[in-house]
Structures are given as structure tokens and as C-alpha cells.
Design a protein. Sequence first.
Length: 320
Amino acid sequence: MIITRTPFRVSLFGGSTDYRSYYHQYGSEIIGFCIDKYSYVNTRYTPSILDYDTRVAYSKVETVDDNTKIEHDGVRGVLEYLKVKSAIDINHFSDLPAQTGTGSSSSFVVGLLHAIHTLNKKSVSKRQLADEAIAIERGLLNESGGIQDQIWAAYGGFNSISMNSSGYNVRPMPLSEDFLKMFLEHSVLIYTGRSRKSFQIAKSHDNPDSIENKHNIQKLSKDAYKAFQNEDLFTIGYLLNRSWAEKKRISNMVSSAHVDEIYEDLHKNRMNGKLLGSGGSGFIFGIFENIDDKNKMVEKYKKLNVNFNFDFEGSKIIYG
């Protein structure tokens, strides 16, 4: 039996420019980090003595006699990609709700890939995990979206990801321990209380009419990199707010009245931030100028607040 633990992510800058239609032509710079909230995948080949073949347990339980009949797209895609025809047991657990803008779908796919490779006694690099997850989600399953989520899930860390027609490169951000501590002290992750089906929203980002908005998002990402180099937390927050405003112009599906209401309540208490993921609903990440203001808002939204730390390991085998 193999158990993997794969982190979720917070994408700060450059979102929507990690679509192939954009970065392949213009290049892209993404900044973000992984958090200590995880997707767990427990996998084994089904013992022949049991009275079922393949069993997949997530928010529902599927039992099938043919892996091509699996309804869960991610599971079916991974098994097809790796040519797994044997009966297999797969169980999935998560620290956060699905479809909330933290890259959970890609974290699951990366974790399942990692588990099955290990089950087959094959070592696998972080890059291979990311590349295979991209090939499955964007190629085999033809799901709309970018390629950053798969990279975050495999690598972990607080990084800059540069992309162009030649591929991608992952670089750790040059940040001091003192700055990372301050960053956490001033940051929040607030759940809006709702999830969403992201694929339709993700498709709306791949719009040729939004090129100028994406150019502006890229400029803000480059400005943010300089602010990180200077460890200027409040400029980073200011740029986050501007980037979120720019992203909302890409599609009317990116935000909602419910999200705007929560965001404005946080913003008027001196928080700058953004809604994570392709949009619609999910988690708001923000940076407060003043810790007292943060504590007041955390108390107000205490049932929706998620305390977090950084994850620097990426997808990891924790058993087996």
C-alpha cells in the first residue's frame, strides 16, 4: 500500500497567463506558494481474494470491473495514461473542499500518479510528475486551464515559475526567514463558503479579447517580483489588489456578488488580496497592513478562516 501527500497552492501573481495560448506566444511569470493543506491518496492493487475489482472512493464510491468505466475523470485519466488495467483500490481524502481555487484537482492527479509509480517500484522526479499531470489534464482529458497547478503540486515551495514556448522553469523566491514569518503573520485565507465547477470558468479565461488584460497581469507580476526582492510586503499587497481588479475584467464569471461582498468587507479593513483560482467562488487570500485588523477579521470570519503554513516539499510518499 502506498499513501501520498500532495499540497494545495496559493497563486499570487500571473494567473490566467499560464494558458498555453498565452505563454507560448508571450511568455509568463507566475508567483505563488504551496500550503500545508493536502490531498491524500491511498493506493494498492486489489487482492484477488476480494469480491470486487477496482474500487475508487472519494466523495462517492465507485466499484467497476473495467477501469475505462470509472466516472471520476482524474482517476480514469491517470489509469489510462499509465496503462493500468489491473484491479486497483484508490481512496482519496482532502484537507480542503474541492473546486475552491487551490488547485485541488491537479494535486489529486499528481498524488495519484506519484502513488501508482511508487506502487510499480518506479522512481519519479518532480518534473516528471508535473509533466505527466499536465499531459493528462490538458491533453488526454482536454480540460480547460493553465499549467501552474500541476507544477505547484509536484514541486511545493514559494516559487517563481517562468513559462515560454520552450517549456517552464521553477525558481525558489529569494526570501529571508524573517520575511516569510512576517508574510504569514499578515496573511489570511478566508473561505467564501461556496465551491464552483471551475471548468466553464477556466474556459472563459482562454479568450483572445482578454490579451491586454493578461499583458497587464504580467506587468504586475514582474513588478511584484521586484517587490519580493525588496521584501516590501505592503507593495505586494497593493499589487495583489490591482492584479485582482485586472483579472475580473477578463470574464464576468471571475467574481460574483457574494465574493465581492466578502472581499469589500475585508478590503475596507485594510486588506489587499484576491480570489484564488479561475474564479466564481472558493478562497480569498489577502495581506493585511495591520495585524490588529487581521485579528478582527479572523474573529469575524472564524468559521471560514483557514490557518496555514508553507509547504516546501511538494508531493511526498508518507507510507509505503
